[in-house]
Design a protein around this ligand. Structure first.
Ligand code: ATP
Length: 514
């Protein structure tokens, strides 16, 4: 087992060495919180997008796609509340000169108590074995109760301070909790200030003619302003959803932790339009559906948890995050929000255009309510990579680094390896690739020993290696090696397509969804 602190460093190094993620503009020493995806990273990202898009759009008759522009009319962001309220509370440490998000410092402090609760639970589970009753334990164990109360008290104080826009009270909370600069231990803090996260630029080249526009901080507004266009053109009836994948930009105050928090990132959002009054049922259903979607990837049942929001955003009447056990601990991977009619009603007000739905059954028109699911593609990428990365010691005394990626997501599905660079083996390998390449990403590799070639494929997560040897020329059979078990079996060339497809196709993954 690799220690968690060490794991992130290893993943960053591995991602660079094997062409998954590079620091942006590295020859100029990089640009902070911006990353480029390399050859295998781009493939993995595309597979993640396909898994999300197909699960949303292909698997649901009532969800359709959209690809809206990044630039939007500036009034969009006035109506959405982003111009006035898309702020993060920031605080500086006077000694270290380091800048932090006040809410993140507080959350990380709470996480210590949550960890204590998790430890108690593990102890209880060990002690009571099969007769362990988790809910009773959580309700009665004094250590659990004490730590939970601490978490709740902090939540309540933070919510009260933010609701009253009382930044002095947020600072007071940080002081009272004894929160120190995580890097240096100093408790010498400045006041808390608000900072708007939207990037601005100017539209138009004529001086004086320019107007301020924003790089979108979320993809959702492109969906809201197109709600009627989509509903009418695709003849959608409530409830229906609009799904979109696209870039979003936030001038994050601190942007560490690799691709977890970037200033340019990609979101996959789905807005589900529903009849007012039914939104909490849909919210509950989407919570379950999204969790099932994550778990189908097989990264570990215990790697996910829900975090229900106490401090609801101004637009929401229910909200939660799906958190993932990243190398830095449990953190938000996806948000699920019941956004009421906040956005559509605001766009109606600001644009003067009706954004209503005529409900033929009820015989009335109304502004639909919205339940949204919003996931960061880059965070999903990091979740998958960190769960997949393993260093294994093998029975023969050697070791290997392997990415146990879900098969359907692997950048290369099949590597075809001629044992020697001669005797017609390369030609036969090419023929096998020609047969498989229409369905799967294949890679040809003839350099180095077969062992070294296997290791290279393990390091990028290739599920299958096919080795062509002299026997293959005679009996049309090959050695098929599976990544995780490293088992090798002899199979006929004509059986390859179906064996490989069975494991690596997106269909196999999608079929696991409820
Ligand atoms: P956080 O609290 O971590 O800043 P958020 O609550 O502001 O996130 P949302 O506005 O709900 O995030 O955005 C939806 C999703 O977009 C998040 O769950 C996350 O996966 C992703 N996301 C948000 N900000 C970033 C970022 N700076 N870099 C990468 N992904 C991000």
């Amino acid at each position: 087992m690799i220690a968690k602190e060490e794991l992130l460093k290893k993943i960053v190094g591995h991602a660079k060495e094997y062409g998954f993620v590079f620091p942006s503009s590295e020859i100029y020493d990089g640009l902070s919180a911006t990353y480029d995806y390399g050859p295998y990273g781009a493939e993995l990202k595309n597979s993640l997008k396909a898994y999300w898009w197909e699960a949303m759009v292909k698997m649901h008759e009532n969800i359709v796609g959209l690809d809206a522009a990044i630039f939007m009319h500036p009034t969009t962001w006035k109506a959405s509340g982003h111009v006035d309220a898309f702020n993060d509370p920031l605080i500086d440490n006077k000694d270290s000169k380091r800048r932090y998000r006040a809410d993140v410092l507080i959350e990380e402090h709470q996480e210590k108590y949550r960890q204590k609760i998790a430890k108690e639970l593990a102890k209880g589970r060990k002690r009571f074995g099969d007769s362990f009753d988790e809910s009773q334990f959580l309700a009665t164990n004094p250590n659990v109760i004490r730590n939970r109360e601490k978490v709740e008290q902090i939540d309540a104080r933070y919510k009260a301070a933010m609701d009253a826009n009382d930044l002095a009270a947020v600072k007071e909370l940080i002081i009272d909790l004894g929160i120190a600069d995580p890097e240096t231990g100093s408790k010498n803090w400045t006041d808390v200030r608000q900072f708007n996260l939207m990037f601005q630029t100017e539209l138009g080249s004529v001086a004086g003619d320019a107007s301020t526009i924003y790089l979108r901080p979320e993809t959702a507004q492109g969906i809201f302003v197109n709600y009627l266009n989509v509903q009418k053109s695709a003849r959608m009836k409530l409830p229906f959803g609009i799904a979109q994948i696209g870039k979003a930009f936030r001038n994050e105050i601190i942007a560490r932790q690799f691709i977890f928090r970037m200033r340019e990132f990609e979101q996959m959002e789905m807005q589900y339009f529903v009849k007012p009054g039914t939104e909490l049922d849909h919210y509950a259903a989407w919570k379950e559906a999204r969790m099932a979607w994550h778990k189908a990837l097989g990264l570990g049942e215990g790697s996910y948890r829900f975090h229900d929001h106490v401090k609801l955003a101004h637009y929401a009447n229910a909200a939660c995050d799906i958190e993932f056990d990243f190398p830095m601990g449990f953190k938000e991977l996806e948000g699920i929000h019941s956004r009421t009619d906040f956005d559509l009603a605001a766009h109606e007000r600001y644009s003067g255009k009706k954004l209503q739905y005529y409900d033929p059954e009820a015989g009335e028109s109304y502004v639909p309510y919205v339940v949204e699911t919003s996931i960061g593609l880059d965070r999903l990428f990091l979740a998958v990579l960190s769960a997949a990365y393993q260093e294994e010691h093998l029975e023969d005394g050697s070791s290997r680094t392997v990415l146990r990626l879900p098969h359907a997501l692997a950048p290369v599905k099949v590597a075809v390896l001629p044992l020697l660079k001669k005797d017609g083996l390369p030609e036969m390998a090419r023929k096998v690739i020609d047969m498989l390449k229409y369905d799967h990403n294949c890679q040809y590799d003839e350099k180095d020993s077969i062992g070294k070639r296997y290791r290279r494929q393990d390091a990028i997560g290739t599920p299958y290696c096919i080795t062509i040897d002299h026997e293959s020329l005679e009996d049309q059979s090959v050695t098929l090696r599976e990544r995780d078990s490293m088992k090798q079996e002899r199979v006929g060339i004509d059986a390859l397509s179906s064996i490989v497809a069975d494991k690596v196709s997106m269909k196999t993954l999608l079929k696991q969804l409820p």
